[in-house]
Design a protein around this ligand. Structure first.
Ligand SMILES: Nc1ncnc2c1ncn2[C@@H]1O[C@H](COP(=O)(O)OP(=O)(O)O)[C@@H](O)[C@H]1O
Ligand SMILES: [Mg+2]
Length: 358
């Protein structure tokens, strides 16, 4: 187990979940924790026995409360937002806290068909013995219904609308017919669905209005406050560096501050003081990408730079995050370097290394 590259949230945070389960406030049927304890698990705080609970999500408490409250009703939850706003992250932790199991996931793509949502067949057995319950191959949705747990649907709007609509019966009647066996699976108490979808995919395969009605939508925003974003990036980078067994450099927070400043200026279309307008690149420049840039830099520092984190190691990662379109984004970055960073003494090293690379 200890050699797993990444453990599911419920294993990683088993001690916290156990401490929170001791809470004696009422739990909805089929839930591992009370709704209040689920919110504490996500946002951090203290368990009834005094144990410290780390924050998983940094953001508005009301958003998380709405999400948790939704899961206790007969409506499903849809987390919406631009890429990198922690939709999948929140979905995993919600499933871990509510159901004690975050592993029932379906990644929706344009190629997802009904069999991947409902159930499939073991064809060898199907041909040998005909349709039977043991020849049926359950999907994560099927198993979540049977066991009264949460099923996570990642990037719901990527799959075709006809396939999405398979979910309507499941969500409204809480049952899944199996016509081949003249049978059905009825969802056990505790079953619900958490879907995520990307704002930027809007219009690709928009949810039908029938399906939309079955979801409560919670929009996860990009952090609007610079200090909050620095805190999120520093926290996640330290945690990830630890799990990758990379030493966290002493100047980590200073570099996070500079990288986040560059991200926010390019994303927001103006300098932080609001004085100079800046063109925005096609890239999202999300918090998640700032985290990835920092991790790339730390790895480079650890293996090739004696552990010293500097603009040398971070700039190639920054360039990769900013320039997604080799022509337009490159021009945007060049202009930003000349009109903004060149004049800023405390970014001189970034100006030099990025100008060399671009
Ligand atoms: N507000 C936040 N609080 C905590 N972590 C965040 C926040 N925003 C982004 N992250 C981090 O960003 C990373 C990527 O998030 P992810 O869930 O994959 O994004 P999405 O599914 O929205 O594209 C995660 O490691 C997560 O910890
Ligand atoms: Mg995601």
């Amino acid at each position: 187990m200890s050699d797993m590259l990444r453990r599911p949230a419920e294993q990683d945070h088993a001690v916290e979940l156990e401490a929170l389960a001791a809470d004696d406030s009422p739990k909805p049927k089929g839930w591992a924790l009370s709704p209040q304890a689920v919110v504490t698990y996500l946002l951090g705080g203290e368990a009834p026995n005094g144990a410290q609970i780390s924050a998983k999500y940094v953001g508005d408490q009301r958003l998380i409360e709405t999400a948790v409250a939704t899961l206790a009703t007969d409506r499903a939850l849809l987390l919406l937002g631009v890429p990198g706003t922690a939709k999948s992250w929140v979905s995993e932790h919600l499933a871990a806290a509510v159901a004690g199991d975050s592993t029932m996931v379906i990644q929706c793509t344009a190629g997802t068909d009904e069999n991947q949502i409902r159930y499939g067949w073991n064809y060898a057995q199907l041909l040998a013995d005909g349709p039977s319950r043991s020849a049926l191959v359950p999907t994560p949705l099927f198993r979540a219904m049977e066991s009264g747990k949460l099923c996570r649907l990642e990037e719901l709007t990527r799959m075709g609308s006809d396939v999405q609509d398979t979910l309507i019966t499941v969500l409204s009647e809480k049952m899944l017919p199996i016509p081949e066996l003249n049978d059905a699976v009825y969802a056990a108490r505790g079953f619900n669905v958490i879907a995520t979808a990307n704002n930027r995919d809007k219009g690709v395969n928009e949810l039908s209005s029938a399906l939309k009605r079955r979801f409560n939508v919670v929009v996860l925003p990009l952090p609007d406050d610079m200090e909050q974003e620095i805190a999120i990036v520093s926290k996640r980078v330290s945690e990830m560096a630890q799990s990758l067994e990379l030493p966290a450099p002493k100047n980590l927070v200073d570099e996070v501050r500079r990288v986040v400043a560059i991200f926010r200026e390019l994303r927001g279309g103006e300098t932080l003081d609001g004085k100079v307008a800046v063109k925005t690149p096609s890239s999202t420049l999300s918090t998640a990408e700032a985290i990835a840039v920092m991790i790339g830099g730390i790895s480079q520092a650890a293996f090739f730079n004696g552990g010293a984190l500097s603009s040398d190691g971070l700039s190639p990662n920054l360039l990769g995050a900013i320039v997604k379109d080799p022509v337009q984004d490159k021009a945007v970055l060049e202009e930003y370097l000349e009109t903004v960073l060149k004049k800023r003494g405390d970014f001189a090293d970034y100006y030099t290394t990025l100008s060399d690379l671009v």
